[in-house]
Design a protein around this ligand. Structure first.
Ligand code: NAD
Ligand code: MG
Length: 392
């Protein structure tokens, strides 16, 4: 029996994880569930999945949740705050932590799980983008098993040989990172200037939270994933190529020196990578329908359009600059995406904010978590000021 903590249980990945877990009550039990604002949903999840602990961010949300649980007779213990998040990520009773908080907020609890040597199912790509060096060092030191949930990285993981830490030595020449192209594939910058948050969040193939949906529309998501892949698979950015594949059936590919290219295919449903990582190295049923190649009929491929999607180039640049540049990129993007979702800036201004922040700050080599968080704060401050300038 694997005992699991789900960080970000109320989100899209959290819900898909609970869906898979519920199909295998003999294999998985829930230790803790965490959420931020959707307290009613969290209460329902606690009741349904008999969580031992539920964690929210503040005291007011905690008392609201306690009241809801009390009314149903549910025995879940409610705690709040970052220390509680770290406690349920590192508790001795926990085997596996699903890291599915969105954004920089996921870094500290995920790192706590890594340091405690837990099996980590990593959806929160932002934590690797911000602090990849530190994160991977901690994985090595604790002996934690790190399994990627991002569909592309999970696909690559499935196509790599077992000793993938030395991908170059095992004959791997290149990683091919699939991208759907998002809802605005084929559009010009001018056409994208006036799109609404709902248009940006209407992804053609995947159903996801709003932040990652906007990132998918701007292709920043692919940029973050490139940086994520470098850390996960110990590859240089020059060994990774982005391939736009609008059907989202091939989730990514690995090219070997002998000319072989291995790919992982499946319907675009996150329950496949979640089930893969939960059961690895075994396989379990996920609830995902079988792939029907006759219905799909064709698979298309294109080069990414860097001119219309400048966020992808900005991420390449941050990856090349290394140091704290990816943390700055990530923080500026989070602030800009929120401002776009709040209708304070336009969709195309997201790239402007990130560009202005990346070029307006000096980079350094972070020597620890405090330094990473300082870079994150500095970038948030700079982007917020720039957004205020745009607005005035
Ligand atoms: P979501 O917005 O649906 O859910 C986010 C979760 O994080 C919620 O449970 C929310 O309560 C919690 N949260 C948000 N802010 C928080 C804070 N400040 N403190 C504590 N908890 C907080 O997002 P999602 O689509 O489930 O994505 C989660 C992560 O997984 C992201 O990093 C995303 O990039 C990654 N991911 C998602 C998908 C997908 O298909 N949804 C695919 C690949 C990777
Ligand atoms: Mg992905």
């Amino acid at each position: 029996m694997q005992s699991i903590t789900i960080l970000g249980a109320t989100g899209s990945i959290g819900e898909s994880t609970l869906d898979v877990i519920a199909r295998h009550p003999d294999k998985y039990s829930v230790f803790a569930l965490t959420g931020n604002t959707q307290i009613q949903k969290l209460a329902t999840q606690c009741l349904l999945h008999r969580a031992q602990f539920a964690i929210v961010n503040d005291a007011a949300a905690a008392s609201q949740l306690r009241e809801l649980l009390l009314a149903t007779g549910c025995k879940t213990e409610v705690l709040h705050g970052i220390e509680a998040l770290c406690q349920v990520s590192s508790a001795v009773q926990v085997d596996t932590v699903m890291a599915a908080i969105v954004g920089a907020a996921g870094l500290v609890p995920t790192l706590a799980a890594v340091k405690a040597g837990k099996k980590i199912l990593l959806a929160n790509k932002e934590s690797l983008v911000m602090a990849g060096g530190l994160f991977m060092q901690a994985v090595k030191a604790s002996g934690s098993v790190l399994l990627p949930i991002d569909s592309e990285h999970n696909a690559i993981f499935q196509c790599l040989p077992a000793n993938y830490e030395q991908a170059a030595l095992s004959g791997v020449s290149k990683l091919l990172l699939s991208a759907s192209g998002g809802p605005f594939r084929g559009w010009s910058l001018g056409q994208m200037a006036a799109v609404t948050p709902d248009q940006a969040c209407a992804h053609p193939n995947w159903s996801m939270g709003r932040k990652i949906s906007v990132d998918s529309a701007s292709l920043m998501n692919k940029g973050l994933e490139l940086i994520e892949a470098c850390w996960l698979f110990n590859m240089h950015a020059s060994q990774i190529e982005v391939v736009v594949h609008p059907q989202s059936v091939i989730h990514s590919l690995v090219q070997y020196t002998d000319g072989s290219v291995l790919a992982q295919l499946g319907n675009p449903d996150m329950r496949t990578p979640i089930a893969h990582a939960l059961a690895w190295p075994d396989r379990i049923e996920s609830g995902v329908a079988d792939l029907n190649l006759f219905e799909i009929a064709r698979l298309d491929f294109e080069q990414p359009d860097i001119k219309s999607f400048p966020c992808l180039q900005l991420a390449f640049d941050a990856a090349a600059a290394a140091g704290d540049a990816p943390a700055i990129l990530n923080a500026a993007n989070e602030v800009a995406v929120q401002a776009f979702l709040d209708e304070r800036i336009s969709f195309t201004q997201i790239a402007e904010v990130v560009d202005n922040t990346l070029s307006g700050l000096d980079y350094s080599e972070p020597d620890g978590l405090d330094a990473v968080q300082e870079s994150d704060l500095k970038a948030r401050y700079h982007s917020a000021n720039y957004i205020a300038e745009i607005e005035s």
